[in-house]
Design a protein around this ligand. Structure first.
Ligand code: ZN
Length: 330
């Protein structure tokens, strides 16, 4: 089974309601490189872990911020990701368009691409792709919308730009944030609007809810059980989500207050170690290295992967432990 370890790589003002762009350098170091008082736990840490097991990741790099702040941050990230052999892919948060002094979109503002008309989306996707190319990405193989907020117009814009793969479909956000309508909970790659949609993996948990396979939202036991079940059932692909800041607590209230999140970091370390030890079952790969035909093999039962009630309660316990500050004790 092809496994994609994807890292949404972006940074944010500490207070998005009153952004202070004079702090952008600190926001970038915190959210992209995971800078804390005890070390760095961002994309560098995640690349180190992947490489120590001989694995490659997909880094979806937010590039619209360059319209506000210039291209230096994107350029640095792209150089690092490509030099280390990972995929530099495209990620867009249209909030940055709303922060432009003179937005060519006339002040329209939303965290979701699908809130913009088709022509505006085409402009946004074109701008983001242009920045990524200017910063050294020769071929943009894949895309993820910020907040999973893509719709069919986004996919058409990607097809126009020559981007073959999208991974914005997140079942937990459909019916609101994610505007992609597959008519069902999408578990398999599917051709949609001229691109190949590779959905974010999820389980239907012991309480009947959908849980995306995001490092911060699922325990290691849940992720391992979901992977193993998907592989046994012949699923062609399995997409994990992380962020540059996934392994830290950002603590928006104060400058320099970010801390390592020990529980999430340990969970990440366990997952990468497991993938590294099981290469004969899991081919951790990139969209740039993916042959589309391999994603469309027939699967007898494409129903969602299920998680047991025990796994759900294990994760709820971990989350409660994190809320009371247990992470600092690990
Ligand atoms: Zn994002």
């Amino acid at each position: 089974m092809d496994v994609y370890f994807t890292v949404d790589t972006e940074f944010w003002p500490r207070d998005c309601a009153r952004p202070d762009f004079a702090e952008a350098e600190e926001d970038y170091r915190r959210d992209v490189f995971g800078l804390t008082r005890s070390g760095e736990y961002g994309i560098g840490y995640q690349m180190d872990a992947l490489e120590s097991e001989g694995l490659k990741g997909v880094f979806f790099i937010e590039s619209l911020h360059a319209l506000k702040l210039g291209t230096s941050y994107v350029r640095t990230i792209v150089e690092l990701v490509q030099r280390r052999g990972h995929e530099a892919a495209l990620h867009l948060h249209p909030e940055w368009v709303g922060w432009l002094e003179d937005s060519p979109l006339g002040g329209r503002n939303s965290p979701f691409l699908h809130a913009f008309p088709a022509a505006d989306q085409r402009w946004i996707v074109g701008q983001g792709a242009r920045v990524l190319r200017e910063c050294g990405v020769r071929r943009i193989a894949s895309f993820r919308a910020g907040n999973y907020g893509a719709d069919q117009h986004t996919l058409r814009a990607l097809a126009d730009e020559g981007v073959p793969f999208d991974s914005s479909y997140n079942v937990a956000f459909t019916g609101g944030g994610c505007g992609l309508d597959a008519g069902t909970a999408l578990t398999m790659p599917r051709r949609m609007e001229g691109v190949i949609e590779v959905p974010i993996a999820f389980v239907r948990d012991g309480l009947g809810r959908f849980r995306p396979m995001q490092i911060v939202a699922a325990s290691f036991g849940e992720m391992r059980a979901a992977l193993d079940q998907a592989e046994r059932r012949g699923f062609p692909a399995f997409v994990f989500v992380s962020h540059g800041f996934e392994l830290i607590r950002r603590r928006a209230e104060a400058r320099g207050g970010a801390q390592e999140d020990g529980i999430v970091r340990r969970r990440f370390d366990q997952l990468i170690g497991y993938l590294g030890r099981n290469k004969e079952r899991y081919r951790v790969t990139t969209f740039a290295d993916t042959v589309p035909e391999g994603l469309f093999r027939a699967v007898a039962n494409p129903a969602p992967v299920t998680g047991s009630a025990w796994q759900t309660s294990g994760r709820l316990f971990e989350q409660a432990w994190r809320r009371v500050g247990g992470a600092s004790l690990t």
